[in-house]
Design a protein. Structure first.
Length: 225
């Protein structure tokens, strides 16, 4: 019988993304749903956070360029400029050790079992909780999941079209069965294209009720063996 060892990934539920400089519309609405899922028997309940230096490469102010304009960024050492990626220039957000980087009030932080910081390098953007977009280095997340023997990851948080989507894509690439909980996610854009992108990648899109039924059912089933 195949094992089912689920982990819950709570992506970037931080003040700046809910109420602050880069607030996602209606982001606070998903806090109760996330807390409800945190009460269920996931083997690991891991939160990610942006934890940027004050002059991070993703900030418009770093480049003296307009907010939400776009530039091309390159990985450190790419002197030939061969691996460029488009980068949206954001308002300053989630600067390390500032109130904006803290988890949002109301999130049940006591239920979390681990914390993963990302975007800590001045010159590297990092939407995914697993690794940077050039795959130069992993965060602590892959090791955490491996140590817990995780088979399935369930992803919630902000923002659906950026960090949630990137994390889900990498979860698939790392070999995990991947589920994104649609009613516990909020996105920047209203188009909804991220959901089709995720489905095409093989990611399962579910709702909170389905997750709770699945986790409860698999726990009962496993107890019989």
């Amino acid at each position: 019988m195949a094992t089912f060892t689920p982990a819950l990934l709570v992506i970037d539920m931080q003040y700046d993304f809910v109420y602050g400089s880069l607030a996602v519309r209606n982001g606070s609405e998903i806090i109760p749903a996330i807390n409800d899922l945190l009460a269920h028997p996931f083997v690991a309940k891991i939160a990610s956070r942006d934890f940027h230096p004050p002059d991070h490469i993703s900030f418009a102010a770093t480049h003296d360029e307009p907010l939400f304009s776009k530039i091309t960024i390159y990985p450190p050492g790419d002197t030939k400029r061969e691996r460029g990626l488009e980068q949206v220039l954001w308002p300053k957000h989630c600067v390390a050790d500032t109130p904006g980087s803290e988890f949002v009030e109301g999130l049940n932080q006591k239920a979390l079992t681990a914390l993963v910081s990302k975007g800590t390098d001045q010159d590297i953007e990092m939407y995914s909780a697993f690794r940077d977009p050039w795959h130069l280095a992993n965060t602590t997340l892959p090791k955490l999941l491996e140590d817990h023997g995780v088979t399935d990851v369930f992803i919630v948080g902000i923002a659906g079209d950026y960090c949630v989507k990137s994390t889900a894509f990498d979860a698939i690439d790392f070999g995990y069965k991947t589920w994104v909980v649609r009613d516990a996610v909020r996105s920047v854009d209203d188009t909804g294209s991220e959901w089709e992108d995720m489905k095409k990648k093989g990611i399962k899109v579910v709702d909170c009720a389905e997750v709770k039924r699945l986790v409860a059912f698999m726990k009962i089933k496993a107890s019989k063996f």
